[in-house]
Design a protein around this ligand. Structure first.
Ligand code: F6R
Length: 638
């Protein structure tokens, strides 16, 4: 949430900052701003709303500055107004700061600083930081004047001031700060919010996420919690909050900046929906050994996890939020049905404050595509701390499933399953969701075989079935997309939707409803189909379409009966059904046909028409599909 960028080098900073913010706009788009230093002054320009507004404001203004910071905001403290936009300045407009995160003790700091005469112009927590830095700087300058021989073991007074100020802050934050009195340095700080430094030729970058940096360089260094970086024309110095210098080396990123372009699709979301066959193929190649025989290894799964992580596991708990929580519910089904492992799936935000009692031999899995979701990280961290006194085996039983192994999650847990989906820009998760589900297939098959609960023939049949999924998605895209686009016209004025599913497809009903809500702003609910009659059926009439996921298998007939009940209440009935079902068109008003597939493998296939339906309804309503209101791609605040 919120994106920050910084540049120091020889080129015009403002162009680079704007280009960087464009790549980070998925993190928030309530307002944007940049601050640069040239001569002995800070120039700060901010605008409410999308980055385009800032771009227009800056148009035609020549700014020669070669150092600057920028911000794109997702509002937490204070409305999305220009006065609350970052960067924030100190009283003398000499210090400029951008922040991603929350300063939890900002009220006390604000009172203290107000009493000292600092005037606050915004409602934000961030504005305390430039005032605090300025205050520390003043005291440090005074000390130096009073005692000309005073030895400061600090690289610069500005660095010392930021370090002192940061030691007063509580919360989770990433900060970049510049100062007109120190025009050749930028200080960056990380405490539980991501910050990466990029190393160019005679220039340095910093950003909340790598897409802002890769157009310039692939040599990057992730700051870790409790670290401060000093960026100058001579290079980067990294220190701990207590001032110890650290020796750290950049690493090379191996991904391609072209991946963050739309390639002719109208929206990133549509492009990402179309990328799903490729994503699944990549997961298949990474997770399953195509030359496996029982003689070579115990299991055909190649997740690269240590044996100690999985051996002796008797139950699983999964912590996640939003779409990742839905993928985890599919995972629960798989772990319970294929590996006979009792599995609990908890909202990370709830688990933090009411954790389930700790049990030994439990594998805890954090699922987060971004690897930066504050609630998921905090819940996992809490679990890690709870286990500090547990056996060595239990302390090790922490696993992350993420699309960003280099993220904070990667630093928090010792074991990671990479979901290989490539960067996802659309705020609504699509390809990362199906990749998470793939990771759960691999884990459940692996555990099932290792525990002797899943026989090898069934495991191989499931893997063969998964190998059909990319083709099945391609069939849906080629045969259904136009139909779904047309169907979406009928719902541009609809205000409520119900999604029904059972068993392994109940989470897909939840996910279908979430996709529709977040990008089309239509109220939608997902229910286990059998629960309808216990209350929600009262909502139904001819104005409330019902989407039922009816895939052949253990609950097929049950879902059809539940759909009949909805039809009897005049609801328009849309069925996600196999393309070989001759009776579907009798029951359903509209049929979204998908290739017939084993029930246990059906969730990914069933979710594709629902993604398309949401996409085309939102696009038809003329909404900003990739950047829906009030949302941000990575939720780095509690
Ligand atoms: C929905 C969506 C969100 C995220 C949630 C968790 O389309 O994207 O619900 O799934 O914010 O995000 P991650 O997976 O990054 O932890």
């Amino acid at each position: 949430m919120c994106g920050i960028v910084g540049y120091i080098g020889m080129q015009a900073a403002s162009d680079i900052l704007l280009a960087g913010l464009q790549k980070l706009e998925y993190r928030g788009y309530d307002s944007a701003g940049i601050a640069t230093v040239s001569g002995d002054r800070v120039r700060c320009v901010r605008a409410k709303g999308k980055l385009e507004n800032l771009r227009q404001k800056l148009h035609g203004q020549d700014d020669p500055a070669t150092i600057g910071i920028g911000h794109t905001r997702w509002a937490t403290h204070g409305k999305p107004e220009e006065r609350n936009a970052h960067p924030h300045l100190d009283r003398d407009a000499h210090v400029a700061v951008v922040q991603n995160g929350i300063v939890e003790n900002y009220r006390e700091l604000r009172e203290e600083l107000t009493a000292k005469g600092y005037e606050f112009l915004s409602d934000t927590d961030t504005e305390t930081i430039p005032h605090l830095i300025s205050d520390c700087l003043k005291s440090l300058k005074l000390e130096s004047l009073q005692d000309k021989h005073a030895e400061h073991n600090e690289p610069s007074l500005f660095f010392a001031a930021v370090r002192q100020a940061v030691s007063r802050l509580e919360g989770a934050f990433a900060i970049a700060a510049i100062c007109a009195d120190f025009p050749n340095e930028m200080i960056v700080v990380r405490q539980q919010a991501p910050l990466v430094i990029g190393f160019g030729q005679g220039e340095l970058f910093c950003a909340s996420d790598t897409p802002a940096i890769v157009p310039h360089t692939r040599a990057v260094l992730n700051l870790e919690n409790g670290e401060i970086g000093r960026l100058t024309p001579l290079g980067v110095e990294i220190y701990t909050f207590s001032g110890h210098r650290l020796a750290k080396m950049p690493r090379l990123l191996d991904w391609n900046p072209v991946a963050v372009e739309k390639h002719g699709f109208r929206h990133f979301m549509l492009k990402e929906i179309h990328e799903q066959p490729g994503v699944i193929r990549d997961c298949l190649a990474a997770y399953f050994d195509s030359h496996w025989t029982p003689e070579t290894r115990v299991s055909p799964v190649t997740l690269g996890l240590e044996d100690a992580l999985l051996e002796g596991v008797e139950s699983v708990q999964v912590l996640a939020c939003g779409t990742s929580w839905h993928a985890s519910l599919v995972g629960k089904y798989l772990l319970e049905q294929l590996a006979e492992l009792p599995t609990q799936v908890q909202y990370a935000s709830e688990f933090r404050y009411s954790p389930a009692p700790m049990r030994s031999n439990t594998l805890t899995i954090g699922v987060t595509q971004s690897g930066e979701t504050a609630d998921t990280l905090a819940a996992l961290d809490m679990e890690r701390e709870r286990r500090a006194e547990a056996t060595v085996a239990d302390r090790a039983r922490l696993l992350g499933i993420t699309n960003r192994p280099e993220s904070s999650l990667g630093q928090l847990v010792p074991n990671i399953i990479d979901t290989h989906a490539g960067i996802e820009i659309g705020v609504a998760a699509t390809k990362t969701f199906v990749a998470q589900v793939m990771a759960f297939y691999a884990l459940a098959i692996d555990l099932g075989v290792r525990r002797g609960k899943l026989d090898v023939d069934r495991a191989m049949a499931l893997i063969d079935g998964l190998r059909q999924v990319p083709n099945a998605i391609e069939t849906i895209l080629s045969s259904q997309e136009d139909r779904i686009e047309e169907l979406a016209h009928d719902f541009s004025e609809t205000s409520d939707f119900i999604f029904l599913g059972r068993g392994i497809n109940f989470p897909i009903a939840l996910e279908g409803a979430l996709k529709l809500k977040e990008i089309s702003y239509i109220h939608a609910e997902g229910y286990p189909a059998g629960e309808m009659k216990h209350g929600p059926i009262a909502l139904l009439d001819a104005r409330v379409p019902v989407v039922a996921i009816a895939m052949p298998g253990s609950v097929y007939d049950k879902v059809l009966s539940n759909a009949q009940e909805a039809k009897a209440r005049d609801a328009r009935l849309i069925g996600v059904v196999p393309d070989n079902d001759p009776n579907a068109s009798e029951l359903f008003d509209d049929v979204l046909a998908v290739p017939a597939i084993d029930e246990v493998l059906s969730p990914i296939v069933a979710s594709i028409p629902l993604q398309l339906l949401s996409y085309y309804i939102a696009a038809r309503r003329g909404l900003d599909v990739d950047q829906p209101r009030n949302l941000a791609k990575s939720v780095t605040v509690e």
